[in-house]
Design a protein around this ligand. Structure first.
Ligand code: SF4
Length: 177
């Protein structure tokens, strides 16, 4: 397992925020009727995409019945339909749809991450939760445009969560060169 995969695995096991752990698991138990046959992910959602990305797309948090169900950001919800169709048209994705992990989707030059990796009640994180996940982000860098592909490299930058959270779910920005 490479270091990037190891970090994803570590994040997916995080239980540092009791309110969010309870909420994400409650959603996974109750489910939406349309997804009653699904086994919800109901864990923190790691980043997804190209470790050598020049484009970072930062959402606020996983969707309750989207990423919290599928385990991949903007996957299985309406935001994802819009986002991935656009990434495909722009040449960043190899397909226009994103319905579930293992569907063959690959990103080229783009990386998607959430400022808060667990779904919050009413889509409203508490400041201490954002701060805690920001500290987790210190160990979970997102690629900078000059990244070497090695997540231990100093050319990777960590998420600046407050600023990204202010951009809202689906906010996208190019990192400065
Ligand atoms: S929000 Fe972040 S710090 Fe809190 S439990 Fe989820 S992954 Fe861990």
């Amino acid at each position: 397992m490479n270091r990037f995969a190891a970090l994803h695995r570590e994040i997916a096991q995080c239980r540092a925020c009791p309110r969010l752990v309870s909420w994400r698991e409650q959603i996974g138990e109750e489910k939406r009727r349309a997804y009653r046959d699904w086994k919800y992910w109901a864990r923190p959602v790691p980043g997804f995409g190209d470790p050598r990305a020049s484009l970072a797309i930062v959402g606020l948090a996983p969707g309750a019945h989207g990423a919290n169900r599928t385990g991949r950001m903007f996957t299985g919800d309406s935001s994802g339909k819009f986002l991935y169709a656009g990434l495909f048209r722009a040449g960043f994705a190899n397909q226009a749809s994103s319905e579930q992990r293992g569907d063959g989707l690959e990103l080229r030059g783009a990386y998607i991450v959430a400022a808060l990796r667990c779904v919050p009640p009413d889509n409203r994180p508490m400041p201490d939760e954002l701060n805690r996940c920001d500290r987790l982000g210190c160990k979970h860098p997102i690629p900078g445009q000059t990244g070497s592909g090695d997540p231990s490299s100093s050319t990777f930058v960590r998420p600046r969560n407050r600023a990204f959270a202010a951009a809202g779910t689906g906010g996208a920005r190019l990192l400065p060169r």
